[in-house]
Design a protein around this ligand. Structure first.
Ligand code: SAH
Ligand code: SF4
Length: 357
């Protein structure tokens, strides 16, 4: 019986060089393969003409580099596109493409589903389906950039804010970040990659010790333990005091700031009192706050904040010297916005079937 092909997507440079040597090729052939896969974004071994014919034949026979399949494409009126991607085992995840004037931002999933159970989030309702591999995380970037070849701007930002809690899938996520950031490979600078966590404290402490780490975002969403536990049950295990201790100990590079995400839930955490507490909590931290009006998820007992509540909230933060931004979510019409990614939700506009890969 032929052996299973080796999955190469997710291999780091050294792993490619070692594989080349195991196959009796010089190590530099491994570097060429790495470059073809990640820097050139080639998908088929037969097109990797920098490689020898013999090596291409061996790769065809014994290896695979599996990109997630573009199963569905949901284009939003604002130019962003939500993708439903299918993994090798048939499980699905989502990735969002958000074009701007001079750049695009890609929102990636790190898990299929999520185990964290935040009460306001659509992904939570899937539960954890499974962790993604490093290859499945970087594969989202390769597949979605390729699908937007014509529209692509030179600069790409990445946020790990799709399905899943990245710090509960720590090693594959960090490996994916290193692959994304490698100047010899995909070349997306570390400071243009943001990992967002619901506040997994041991993960934050571990991340603090990495020498190659992305920027860190923390989903705060509430300013007292009682309030936060009501919408994020994980706050019982990782309460605000310890969370802020970990944030204060977190090393920042020059000009780097921590980001706090704060989802505004109408009538729950959007009062001037909340804003003042938020300003007090973050005092002295080099940070910014992204205010995200809650995006409706059918069946959940929350409401979006009133428009009239937004500016006063932001003003209080700004007056207290905080950098605070109102983030109008992209892709709301196609359920692509923060917290709406749940694979099953089909929005009202007709999705256009995506051409496979
Ligand atoms: N699990 C990580 C990253 C994915 S969630 C985390 O929680 O940080 C990405 C962001 O979407 C988080 O800041 C989360 O608080 C926010 N979010 C979740 N559901 C939302 C919703 N329905 N509307 C607006 N933001 C939401
Ligand atoms: Fe998971 Fe983040 Fe959604 Fe919470 S907000 S359930 S951590 S994806």
């Amino acid at each position: 019986m032929p052996a299973m092909p080796i999955e190469l997507l997710g291999f780091e440079l050294e792993e490619f060089r070692r594989l080349a040597q195991q196959w009796g090729e010089p190590a530099y052939r491994g570097s060429q393969l790495y470059h073809a896969l990640y820097a050139e974004g080639r998908r088929e071994f037969s097109r990797m003409t920098s490689l020898s014919r013999a090596l291409r034949a061996r790769l065809e026979r014994d290896a695979a580099a599996t990109w997630p399949q573009l199963a569905r494409r949901y284009p939003s009126a604002d130019g962003s596109i939500r993708y439903l991607l299918q993994l090798g085992d048939g499980k699905t995840i989502e990735t969002v493409w958000m074009p701007e004037k001079n750049r695009q931002t890609l929102c990636l999933s790190t898990q299929a589903g999520c185990a964290v159970d935040c009460r306001f989030c659509a992904t939570a309702r899937l539960g954890l389906v499974r962790n993604l591999s490093a290859g499945e995380i970087v594969g989202q970037v390769l597949a979605v950039l390729a699908d937007n070849r014509q529209r692509r701007r030179p600069r790409t930002n990445v946020v790990l804010m799709g399905q899943g809690e990245p710090l509960l899938n720590y090693e594959p996520t960090l490996k994916a970040v290193r692959l994304l950031a490698d100047p010899q490979g995909m070349n997306i600078p570390l400071l243009r990659i943001t990992l967002s966590t619901s506040g997994i404290i041991p993960g934050i402490r571990r991340l603090a010790r990495e020498d190659r780490r992305p920027k860190l975002g923390v989903s705060l969403n509430a300013t007292t333990d009682e309030q936060r536990t009501a919408i994020m049950p994980l706050n019982r295990k990782y309460p605000l005091g310890e969370l802020f201790a970990a944030c204060r100990a977190y090393p920042l590079r020059p000009r780097e700031r921590l980001t706090f995400e704060y989802v505004l839930l109408g009538g729950f955490n959007d009062t001037p009192e909340d804003a003042r507490r938020l300003a007090r909590l973050t005092r002295g931290l080099r940070c910014k706050v992204n205010l995200i009006p809650w995006n409706p998820v059918p069946g959940l007992p929350y409401r979006a904040p009133a428009d009239a509540a937004l500016e006063p909230f932001q003003k209080i933060l700004r007056r207290a010297g905080l950098l605070a931004f109102l983030r109008c979510s992209r892709g709301q019409d196609v359920s692509a916005a923060c917290g709406q990614l749940a694979s099953l939700t089909t929005p009202s506009p007709q999705p256009s079937p995506a051409s496979a890969g």
